[in-house]
Ligand binder design. Structure first.
Ligand SMILES: [Zn+2]
Length: 416
């Protein structure tokens, strides 16, 4: 199975906004850019909401049917491991093999020797087209990469073979993710990881490295944008080289697990994609649910009351909601508006605090991040929340489509 040049992670917590998201991709199509949708939902999300991968499959199929989407689309088993992959086998055709936990585990000495022997060809001064400087590869560096990443690569291979045995090798796209770990991978490490994956015969389609800087959920990048831009370009050069030299799939590309809304990185990413004529998989987080809240609040009346109720409970259950996301959010409790203040807001004011628009003086990233992890409360409301989604569908869909098209697809894939 092949994955097109551009793809994006979509989907939403409650499986109601697929069609509105496809509308944004249809706008991109009209503008001349084909972007393949990949419905992604992690095990953590399924557990918190109480859904299963087959619910995601159903939401995707329905949206595709409803919008006559004629292109490809996928359903991603996002961040799975051997422990939970079985649960995703039937419903998914894209698997994000999360091997971050195995990073840093020391390999069997025999395997390490085999790795360093197999990759000896890289030792010396390595010239990679598109890179400004050569890479110096030493035997010590090979050994260090083997000691850090070989067990993770072997884990990816085990997981890949497990899925392939169940579904057949051509029935799915394989992504390897190493983003949820402590240290970023350098471009040279990326190259050696790809070489090791090729040696293990894992036909990886997308690789998600960890980049430098913070990728908090639902808010902008925190870090040195220029450094990111340099690193991203180097990674693209390495991926192109790996594709040409290592026998990996011709569609191999980077996957950026953005956590959504890395607006300050979008322009440098677009420039780099053009420069290298490279593909990209952009994985987003579940911020579509925040567009639902914005739509509900903007609708006023019952919708606004419901949004306020969710915030009130989120404030009361702050620790519980934030704990599963502790490493990927930075919420300062002192910057959260009091519930009495929020109850006095009209819909527009609530939406302005929540909507990710840094130019708006009312935008509050702390408010946004807390609500981002507050979807558990909406899930617990069950029918009341889902009925409101149906009742205020028009207002919500407008926000979902606009957000995806204006703030994400245009800057990343069209450069406008
Ligand atoms: Zn990730």
């Amino acid at each position: 199975m092949t994955l097109e040049k551009y793809s994006i992670g979509i989907g939403d917590r409650f499986g109601r906004q697929g069609a509105a998201q496809l509308d944004a991709l249809l706008r991109a199509q009209v503008a001349g850019v084909i972007i393949t949708p990949v419905w992604n939902k992690s095990n953590r999300e399924h557990q918190i909401i109480g859904t299963t991968p087959s619910d995601t499959r159903r939401a995707a199929d329905q949206a595709v049917l409803g919008r006559n989407w004629s292109g490809k689309y996928f359903v991603d088993a996002d961040h799975i491991s051997l422990k939970n992959v079985d649960h995703f086998l039937d419903a998914c055709d894209f698997f994000t093999l999360d091997v971050a936990e195995a990073i840093g585990q020391l390999p069997d000495p025999v395997d390490l020797v085999a790795f360093t022997e197999a990759q000896r060809r890289f030792i010396g001064r390595l010239t990679i087209p598109g890179l400004d400087a050569n890479m110096d590869v030493t035997a010590a560096k090979l050994e260090q990469v083997g000691n850090t990443y070989l067990v993770a690569v072997q884990e990816a291979a085990r997981l890949y073979r497990h899925i392939a045995a169940a579904k057949g090798t051509s029935a799915f796209v394989a992504e390897v993710s190493m983003d949820e770990c402590d240290a970023p991978q350098s471009p040279l490490e990326l190259l050696l990881i790809l070489a090791a994956l090729a040696a293990e015969k894992v036909p990886v389609h997308t690789l998600a490295p960890k980049f430098t800087g913070r990728f908090n959920k639902g808010v902008d990048y925190v870090g040195d944008v220029e450094q990111f831009a340099r690193e991203f370009e180097m990674d693209l050069a390495v991926v192109r080289y790996a594709r040409e030299q290592l026998g990996l799939p011709a569609s191999l590309k980077l996957s950026v697990h953005s956590g959504s809304d890395k607006f300050s990185l979008y322009a440098p990413m677009h420039r780099a994609l053009k420069k290298f004529d490279a593909g990209l998989h952009l994985k987003t987080a579940g911020t579509t649910w925040l567009e639902e809240l914005i739509g509900l609040a903007s609708a006023g009346g019952e919708g606004l009351t419901l949004a306020g109720d969710i915030y009130e409970q989120a404030l009361a259950r702050f620790d519980e909601l934030c704990k599963p996301y502790a490493t990927v959010i930075d919420v300062d409790q002192r910057r959260l508006p009091a519930i009495a203040e929020v109850r006095g807001w009209n819909g527009e004011r609530f939406a302005a605090a929540l909507r990710h628009d840094e130019r708006c003086p009312h935008y509050n990233p702390h408010f946004r991040q807390l609500l981002h992890v507050g979807y558990k409360i909406a899930a617990e409301m069950g029918g009341r929340y889902l009925d409101a989604l149906a009742q205020f569908e028009r207002e919500i869909a407008k926000n979902v489509t606009e957000n995806l098209w204006e703030r994400h697809l245009r800057p990343v894939f069209l450069g406008t």
